[in-house]
Design a protein. Structure first.
Length: 262
């Protein structure tokens, strides 16, 4: 039965999840199950609107359709949620899985796609590298990073005077690149980075040891980056951390996946 197409980018071969076959298999399943247009379904005795990039989900049915165990599916869902690939909304009768940034990555190739449901659509995996690669190419977001870097450098300069590094174009560029990598590679959000840094400059220890954003990805004596150590202390003092991929959580997830793959 002909049910339409999705395109698979060759650059997917370079994606870290490609080496996690169980996760990659389930991610492909989600992409194929997601609706390519808004539609209404009759569920639980009422009409439910399903948006583009979403689908009705059940672990038992997904297990039957993918060949994965329910435990493996639960782990895959947890990993993809942490990577911000998808969200899942659960009621007492059903669950709805939604692909994050579906409209960004599932671009119509033909303006007549609405008239022909079988025309192919193209997609870039929403985790190319966990979505931030695409996001950071957006000039508006890049400007947000640079604005934050300039504001931070000016603040440090005004507070610490001669102890602060001189604010130069080189420092701004290096700092922006570091923040970029904290988002794109390490998986932190810009808002979270701002929160941690604003807390750190008032912390008893970091207020005299934190003068530059450019050094945040340098390794400390415990093997973690300076920012990871700052974030750990921030999370401990401020309760539950925001949803983000830290080095620690990613390692935990990878360990769990490896156990399932044995």
């Amino acid at each position: 039965m002909h049910r339409g197409y999705i395109k698979d980018w060759r650059k997917s071969l370079d994606h870290p999840l490609y080496k996690k076959p169980l996760i990659w298999h389930f991610w492909g399943y989600c992409l194929k199950k997601a609706s390519h247009k808004n539609r209404d379904l009759f569920l639980g005795g009422k009409v439910v609107s399903i948006k583009k990039g979403s689908f009705v989900f059940g672990r038992k049915k997904a297990s039957e359709e993918t060949g994965l165990t329910e435990r493996q599916i639960r782990t895959a869902l947890k990993h993809l949620q942490k990577l911000q690939n998808l969200t899942i909304k659960t009621t007492n009768k059903y669950s709805i899985v939604s692909i994050i940034n579906w409209d960004t990555y599932q671009l119509d190739e033909n303006k007549n796609d609405q008239q022909n449901d079988q025309l192919p659509t193209s997609y870039r995996p929403a985790t190319d590298h966990r979505q931030e690669c695409k996001e950071l190419k957006n000039d508006k977001n890049t400007d947000k990073i640079k604005n934050f870097v300039r504001e931070f450098a000016s603040y440090i300069s005004s507070v610490h005077k001669n102890k602060a590094p001189k604010v130069t174009n080189s420092l701004i560029s290096q700092s922006a690149d570091t923040v970029d990598k904290l988002i794109r590679i390490d998986g932190f959000t810009l808002d979270y980075i701002k929160s941690v840094c604003r807390w750190a400059v008032k912390d008893d220890f970091y207020c005299t040891n934190f003068f530059s954003l450019a050094a945040l990805r340098k390794k400390s004596s415990n093997g973690a980056t300076k920012f990871a150590n700052m974030a750990a202390k921030y999370d401990k003092q401020n309760g539950q951390p925001v949803e983000t991929i830290t080095t620690k959580t990613r390692a935990q997830l990878d360990k769990e996946i490896e156990e399932l793959m044995k």
